[in-house]
Design a protein around this ligand. Sequence first.
Ligand code: ADP
Ligand code: ADP
Length: 219
Amino acid sequence: SDILELDGISKTYGKDGPAPVPVLRDLSLSVARGEVVALVAPSGAGKSTLLHIAGLLDTADSGRVLLNARDMSGQGDRVRTEARRRELGFVYQFHHLLPEFSAAENIVLPQLANGISAAAAQARASDLLARVGLEHRAAHRPAQLSGGEQQRVAFCRALANGPALLLADEPTGNLDPATSDKVFGVLMALVRETGLAALIATHNLDLAARMDRIVRLGE
Ligand code: ADP
Ligand code: ADP
């Protein structure tokens, strides 16, 4: 069954104002369990808008968003927030790690917010850091890490609560090509090991070709 199904999604910004910006029109897309889908689109085509709608951070004007076969479209904020915390992981172009906390603490905190015990959260953070080759960086703060290391920590944080679906917006877009290639390989290994499904927006066609399927937007 599909972990994510977008069905006939339309979105226009400033719909009732003088200068409406239509972005998505009747878009349908699904991601199966364990499937890794590349979202390839020219800049401005609505990639971020689509990820925000899929991630329950924004709502569409029409159409349905099914997460784990459950229709989230008409749900209130409490249900959407809960689903976001339990089922979804997010990664962005910039790491957005908390600067005053260590790499390990950045992975522990979202687990504590989900009611996991401190001991279990720390064990999971250590395990995730080891999987991305950063066990020796657990006590470092984000500013003490390289760009590639920061993104690897951000992947661990996104996976901290064992989501079913990872949504990523240009997760290696800030890195030089060689680092981007390496860090993407780490991400793919992590996703495959955990059986996670992912929708990953990228401009990089070489990276897109390494995913299971490519969905193009606005072309
Ligand atoms: P992408 O991620 O593919 O570059 P976005 O989803 O960020 O595209 O944006 C798609 C279009 O919608 C762009 O033309 C952008 O300027 C416009 N847009 C995005 N967010 C808003 C907003 N909050 N209000 C008005 N227009 C917006
Ligand atoms: P990567 O291959 O991940 O891009 P770099 O070659 O940029 O790594 O960095 C090499 C090493 O230097 C890394 O292990 C990183 O922890 C360390 N390092 C990078 N930037 C900083 C920094 N601003 N402060 C301290 N250590 C750093």
